[in-house]
Structures are given as structure tokens and as C-alpha cells.
Design a binder for this molecule. Structure first.
Ligand SMILES: Nc1ncnc2c1ncn2[C@@H]1O[C@H](COP(=O)(O)OP(=O)(O)O)[C@@H](O)[C@H]1O
Ligand SMILES: Cc1cn([C@H]2C[C@H](O)[C@@H](COP(=O)(O)OP(=O)(O)O)O2)c(=O)[nH]c1=O
Length: 213
């Protein structure tokens, strides 16, 4: 069930194509917020919990709706056991990947986004959903330099398909009132990207009801 009462912390998600710089930007943002004296908690999906670990292990062999359900199950478990408890103590929670990753990546297996929206209907809505975008040629280069982690990333021209699907899914979520912050990081460093996000968080941080320092 989604939490009915707003929790005192702040919930920030970072999504975008594989290799674009999510993990680097999330780590840098976490460090910046910590430097500023905020209590920040960095996490990711699939999570390090039992379902997330299983989902990561099974991504090579399991496909379609079954894999989609595993990722969604991990998301509910992650919310219940890590994200909400951290937010309840006033922390700024940053997760590297969330709903948008499911909406996009499961389309590689032919899963209808409506199915993904359905099984994720009860997840918590982030306060800010950051989506990193970039020129697909640049994403391809970063992914190749970083190394490919799984079958999705080994598909020919996967970065082009991911970038296209992320743009489409982002437009749909924005139109549905989702709090999206889209950031083109083709030509900016992870430090500059994290700085932009920190600036965008200044307003929501000022409204935190529990001190986070
Ligand atoms: N803004 C950026 N500009 C240039 N290179 C970047 C940027 N962000 C990340 N990188 C580099 O791109 C590669 C992939 O970054 P990573 O954070 O692992 O991506 P993701 O988590 O999105 O898969 C890494 O080698 C990283 O150093
Ligand atoms: C959260 C989530 C991740 N995934 C996939 C996308 C990634 O290929 C994989 C996570 O792998 P990971 O190595 O963490 O991603 P990255 O290459 O960006 O560092 O899980 C889904 O397919 N659906 C989801 O809902």
C-alpha cells in the first residue's frame, strides 16, 4: 500500500538509459547533500535486498511479465524496508533507478507499459523524479567505456532504443502530473548534473518538516 501520510523526508529518483551516468550522478549528489549538512541516504534498484538480488541474478534468464513482477516486488519491498524507514527519520532518499526503468526496460521484452503501470499502481510517488537524457551517440560511448552489465545492454543500438523509450515514457509521466526533472547531460560533468539537481531540490528541502542536519 502507498503510504497515506506524507513522510518527513524527501524522495528523489534518478532514471535514464544504461551508462548515461545515473550511478555517478547519484553518488555525487549524495556527497554534495552530505557536505551541505543534510542527512541523505543513497540506494538503488534492483535493491540489495533478497528480491532485488534475485531480480539482478535472474535478468539473464527470466523475461517478460515474470521479470517485470520481480522488479515490481523488489520495489514494494525496497519501499517498505529501506526507503520509507529512511524518509520517516527525515532523510533525503536518492534511488538510482525506479519506476521509469521498469516502464522502459520491460518494453525490451515486449511487456506493455500498461501492465507495468498496473503492477506498480501502489508504489510511492517521488517528490522529484530526475530523468537523465543525452545524445544517444554519447550514451553509447559511455556505456561501452563503463562496460555492459546484462542482455538488455548487449542489444545492438540499445542506447538509441532506451533514449527513445525514456523520452516517450517521460512525456507520458509528465503529462500525468508526475514531478519530472529532465536533465540533458550530454555536455555536462556528473558534478554539474548533481549541482543542477541540488539547485532543483532547494525548494523541497526548505520545506522538510524535520531537521535533516
Ligand atoms: N556527465 C558525465 N559526463 C561524462 N561521463 C560521465 C558522466 N556521467 C557518468 N559518466 C561516465 O559514464 C560511465 C557510466 O556511468 P554510470 O554512472 O555507471 O552510468 P549508469 O549508472 O547510468 O549506468 C562511467 O564511466 C562514468 O564515469
Ligand atoms: C529497476 C529496474 C531495473 N531493470 C534493469 C535495468 C538494468 O539493466 C538492470 C540494473 O542493472 P545495473 O547494472 O544496476 O544498471 P546500470 O547498467 O544502469 O548500472 O536492471 C529493469 O529491467 N527493470 C526495473 O524496473
Amino acid at each position: 500500500m502507498p503510504s497515506s501520510d506524507p513522510l518527513p523526508g524527501l524522495f528523489v529518483t534518478i532514471d535514464g538509459p544504461s551508462g548515461i551516468g545515473k550511478s555517478t550522478t547519484a553518488r555525487t549528489l549524495h556527497a554534495l547533500l552530505t557536505q551541505d549538512g543534510h542527512n541523505s541516504h543513497l540506494t538503488c534498484e534492483p535493491s540489495g535486498g533478497p528480491i532485488g538480488t534475485l531480480a539482478r541474478e535472474l535478468t539473464e534468464q527470466v523475461t517478460g511479465p515474470a521479470l517485470a513482477c520481480l522488479y515490481a516486488a523488489d520495489r514494494y519491498h525496497h519501499l517498505e524496508n529501506e526507503i520509507r524507514p529512511a524518509m520517516a527519520t527525515g532523510k533525503i532518499v536518492i534511488t538510482d533507478r525506479y519506476l521509469l526503468s521498469g516502464l522502459v526496460m520491460q518494453q525490451f521484452d515486449g511487456v506493455d507499459p500498461a501492465f507495468i503501470r498496473g503492477i506498480n499502481a501502489d508504489i510511492d510517488r517521488p517528490d522529484v523524479a530526475v530523468v537523465l537524457d543525452a545524445d544517444p551517440h554519447v550514451i553509447t560511448g559511455r556505456l561501452a567505456a563503463r562496460g555492459k552489465h546484462n542482455r538488455f545492454q548487449r542489444i545492438t543500438a540499445s542506447s538509441f532504443l532506451e533514449a527513445h523509450l525514456y523520452r516517450k515514457a517521460t512525456e507520458e509521466l509528465t503529462a500525468a502530473g508526475y514531478p519530472v526533472l529532465r536533465l540533458d547531460c550530454t555536455q555536462i560533468s556528473p558534478e554539474q548534473a548533481a549541482d543542477h539537481i541540488r539547485d532543483a531540490l532547494a525548494g523541497p528541502i526548505a520545506t522538510l518538516s524535520v531537521g535533516t542536519s
